[in-house]
Design a protein around this ligand. Sequence first.
Ligand code: SF4
Ligand code: SF4
Ligand code: SF4
Length: 338
Amino acid sequence: MATLTYEDRIGSIVFNRLDCLRNEYAKNDCTLCQEVCAHDAFGFREGKLRLLPSCVQCGACVGVCPTHALRLEGATIETLVERLISSESRSFTCKDLFPCFGALNFWDWAVLVLEAKEVVCDVSHCASCKHNRENAVEKHLSKAIDEVNRLMQVLGQEARIRCEVHPNVKPVKRVWFEKLITSKSTMPSPDSLWVFKQKMKAYLESAVWIRSEDFSFIHPKAVTITCDNCKECVRFCPTHALSYDTTQTKILFQTGQCIGCNICETVCAKKAIDTPEVTVDIASFAFERAEVLIAHDLRVCDTCRCAFSYKGGDMICERCASFEKEHAEMFVLASQSR
Ligand code: SF4
Ligand code: SF4
Ligand code: SF4
């Protein structure tokens, strides 16, 4: 009997369809993997995003996916750290240790530099690479590296990532697949975000504040008084960054869990949730501390006897109030006809 699977697999590239934002919520407009793929290997079938046979396993898309729906089997951050530390120059290229720099995400770079202290990224092959269509991979790479270096500065670390271009490099065969893919690890690898958080927990002795507009991994949330406690944002949040307390009256938010997909903002009919620019303590991010976004005062509506978020005034819920308003004229006409 065939086993039901939600994964598309082309060689070492695995796409878990259930983790993709497009498949999680149909109105989400994430196109990051499609933008970076030079081989048009993502397409829709029956309304669902799929990995297509045109995938050449370059790995360029893996690092851009915010939900880790894409992975490169056999590659672990520990292996890369080990190999980098054992190389004297702390330098690596896509022709040696890794298939494509695009396979690394922001957290991979952060862990690499925290462990190796100095990382030299040899990008000599990028300009002529067929996987780097319209410099999409290089743009992703330089954004991540720039941000990681700024983060190291804020953390008071001297560790940095540096990119180098060597003129007149000769095209060479990629040896990464033979070195790493063929010796597949069956051990689950902790993801780099988790490793980063553990390192920060051990390292941070006091609060380190960063401005959310300076770092793309921080997505603070705020909820306005127009929130009517419908719970849609919590139901749709793919990472459980939003949740309710046990009394079901407070919306809690963990910035350390939020990936900034904006599904919560899209589903909120009241437009009550948004992403403000604020300063955030990195410790709160690392410890996944929860904050209260809004606390509702639940009362029973005098008309329908259902619980509603009381904002002052008459003890009537919004639905009943708007029903009465809409039908006020009809009620007057009915009373006059008696
Ligand atoms: S980048 Fe990830 S979440 Fe976004 S569409 Fe691609 S697979 Fe889905
Ligand atoms: S923020 Fe919006 S979606 Fe979330 S509970 Fe309030 S009204 Fe509903
Ligand atoms: S809180 Fe909103 S933006 Fe953050 S992961 Fe949840 S749905 Fe996405």
